[in-house]
Design a binder for this molecule. Structure first.
Ligand code: AMP
Length: 216
């Protein structure tokens, strides 16, 4: 605080909307421990307990956490020093690399668009998608630790609502938490996409940030 920096978080409108509809859509988890995965061009996770946020993967800026369309997500700060000291980039150039040239676009060298990458066979496109899934599963594990267990996982935003393949891959990587996906429910977008035996229930809930803006 002394230097004026504050960990702030992003996608608040989306998480507020999801928290507001949970009591109707999924009453059995609304008071529980829920990880919401907002996966779009920007991507983040939020750990909700009884509808209140305990932590989020985005912080002081929109660069932290998950791999995004053009932003890298969590990065060793030494990489930024390397860009300045060894590659001699200016502050403006480093900013452009971090906000506009990293993430899915930077890794693939092809596109920042998940749908585009999923349709391609180039190894670089596959690597970008693999990394996206890897980071999401890793951060889900981290937020599970914050919540000391998880009752439910909710997918939302462009990728979370529309890509059954990415949902399936993230759930497979998170199976150790007690997640078993119902592949037919996943293909028709739920809203509940886990089996009835699954310890952790999994949901697809479309977000509505515009409605929250209008309400505010
Ligand atoms: P958003 O920022 O929430 O509008 O999400 C945009 C992202 O969602 C882009 O990466 C799109 O490629 C992705 N997306 C939208 N529809 C699909 C789909 N059917 N399959 C995979 N990705 C999708």
């Amino acid at each position: 605080r002394r230097s004026g920096l504050q960990r702030y978080g992003f996608h608040g409108l989306s998480y507020e909307y999801i928290a507001s509809v949970l009591p109707d859509v999924a009453p059995e988890i609304a008071q529980g421990r829920v990880i919401v995965a907002h996966l779009g061009s920007g991507a983040s996770l939020c750990a909700l307990h009884k509808g209140k946020s305990l932590d989020s993967t985005l912080g002081f800026t929109a660069l932290d956490g998950l791999c995004m369309g053009t932003r890298p997500g969590s990065l060793d700060p030494g990489v930024v020093l390397h860009l300045f000291q060894d590659l001699k980039l200016s502050a403006k150039e480093v900013e452009t690399v971090l906000y506009k040239e990293s993430g899915l676009l930077g890794i693939s060298g092809i596109s920042n668009d998940m749908r585009d990458l999923l349709g391609r066979s180039e190894p670089e496109a596959r690597l970008a998608v693999d990394y996206f899934v890897y980071r999401a599963a890793k951060e889900i594990g981290a937020l599970a630790a914050v919540l000391r267990g998880v009752d439910a996982l909710v997918f939302t935003a462009g990728i979370g609502e529309n890509s059954a393949e990415i949902r399936q891959r993230i759930c497979e990587a998170s199976a150790w938490l007690g997640i078993t996906l119902d592949s037919q429910a996943n293909a028709r977008k739920g809203p509940r996409i886990s089996t009835t035996q699954s310890q952790v229930s999994v949901w697809v809930i479309p977000t509505d940030e515009e409605l929250m803006i209008a309400r505010h």
